[in-house]
Design a protein around this ligand. Structure first.
Ligand code: ASP
Length: 306
C-alpha cells in the first residue's frame, strides 16, 4: 500500500494558449511569484493543522484578490460590459458542497460558496438572491468598480469591435485542491467566466461535477477551460468515477478524461486533481496552464508551459 503524504495542496490559475512567445518575461515572473507565494501560505497553514476547507478558501481568495487571474478582481467582462462571477467548493468527507453564480458585488466569491455549503440548507444560489445571502452572512460587499481591470476591459472592447482573441485572452479561472492532516480532501474553483458571455451564461466552474468535485474515496478536482465542454463531459466527476467504479489511478483517470473524453468532444482546458494519498495530476490539452503544488515532503513547485 502507498504511503500517504501528511498534507498536500495543488492550485491552478487558468489554462489556454500560454506560450513562452506570448508571455513577457516580467509577466511570467509575476505569475510565478504569485503562485509560489500562494503555495507558501497554504503550506504554512497545512503545517499548522488547518483544514483543507480553510486552506482552499484562503488560497483561492488570494488569487481572487490578484488582477493576474480571471476571478474576483480582474474578472473578464460579459457582453453587457459588466463583470459577474461564479464559484464553488466541495468537501470530500461528507460530500457537502456550495456554489454561486452571477454575483457582481461580493469581494470573494469563494467565501460565498463556502457560506452556502456551511450555513445554508441549499447547494447552489444565483444572482440577486446569492448577493442578498452574502449580505446576510456579512461578507465583504464592494462596489462593482472594485473588480475593474484595464487589460480585461481592452479585451472586451476588442471582441466588441469584432477582433479575434486567443483562447487564453477570453477566459481563465483559479482553483485549488487540498488534502489536510486529518485526511480530508477539499476542492474549490472561482472564475469570471468567458469574455463576452451572453444572456446570463454560466460556465462549468460553479457546476458541481463539472468544474469542482471532491470525495475522500477517490479524489478532488478543479477544472479550467472552455466551460461548455466541461459541463457536457462532466469532467470533475468523471475523473472521480473512473477511480471509484473502475480501477484507475489518479493519473490514469485524469488523463483519460482530459486527453480522450474532453479531447474527442473538441473541448480545451485542463484540471488539477489530488487523491487521498496526496498524489497530484495536472493534465491539460492547451499550450499552458498556470499551476503549482506543494506537499508535506516537497517544496513549492510552479509551472506554466507544457
Ligand atoms: N471554465 C471557465 C468558464 O467557462 C473559464 C476558464 O476556466 O477558463 O467559465
Amino acid at each position: 500500500p502507498q504511503k500517504a503524504k501528511e498534507y498536500a495542496l495543488v492550485i491552478h490559475g487558468g489554462a489556454g494558449t500560454i506560450t513562452k512567445a506570448n508571455l513577457k518575461p516580467n509577466q511570467e515572473r509575476a505569475y510565478r511569484e504569485k503562485l509560489t507565494a500562494v503555495l507558501e501560505i497554504g503550506d504554512q497553514m497545512l503545517k499548522e493543522g488547518k483544514s483543507s476547507e480553510e486552506v482552499v478558501v484562503r488560497v483561492i481568495s488570494l488569487m481572487e484578490n490578484s488582477p493576474l487571474f480571471n476571478a474576483g478582481k480582474g474578472s473578464v467582462f460579459n457582453a453587457e460590459g459588466k463583470q459577474d462571477m461564479d464559484a464553488s467548493i466541495m468537501r470530500g468527507d461528507d460530500l457537502n458542497c456550495g456554489a454561486i453564480a452571477g454575483v457582481s458585488n461580493v469581494k470573494n466569491p469563494i467565501k460565498l460558496a463556502r457560506m452556502v455549503m456551511d450555513s445554508s440548507e441549499h447547494v447552489f444560489l444565483a444572482r440577486k438572491g446569492a448577493e442578498q445571502f452574502a449580505q446576510e452572512m456579512q461578507l465583504d460587499i464592494v462596489d462593482p468598480d472594485y473588480f475593474f481591470d484595464q487589460k480585461r476591459y481592452d479585451r472586451w472592447k476588442k471582441l466588441k469591435d469584432k477582433e479575434v482573441l486567443s483562447e487564453e485572452e477570453k477566459h481563465g479561472t483559479v482553483g485549488a485542491v487540498c488534502l489536510d492532516k486529518s485526511g480530508n480532501l477539499c476542492a474549490g474553483t472561482s472564475t469570471g467566466g468567458m469574455t463576452y458571455k451572453k444572456w446570463g451564461r454560466i460556465g462549468d466552474s460553479p457546476v458541481i461535477g463539472a468544474g469542482t468535485y471532491a470525495n475522500n474515496e477517490s479524489c478532488g478536482v478543479s477544472s479550467t477551460g472552455h466551460g461548455e465542454f466541461f459541463i457536457r463531459a462532466m469532467v470533475a466527476h468523471q475523473i472521480a468515477a473512473a477511480m471509484e467504479y473502475g480501477d484507475y489511478t489518479l493519473e490514469e483517470a485524469a488523463n483519460l478524461v482530459i486527453h480522450e473524453k474532453l479531447q474527442h468532444l473538441g473541448g480545451t482546458g485542463g484540471v488539477i486533481a489530488m487523491d487521498k494519498f496526496g498524489n497530484v495530476a495536472m493534465p491539460f490539452n492547451t499550450e499552458g496552464m498556470y499551476r503549482g503544488y506543494v506537499t508535506s515532503d516537497s517544496e513549492p513547485s510552479v509551472a506554466i508551459y507544457k
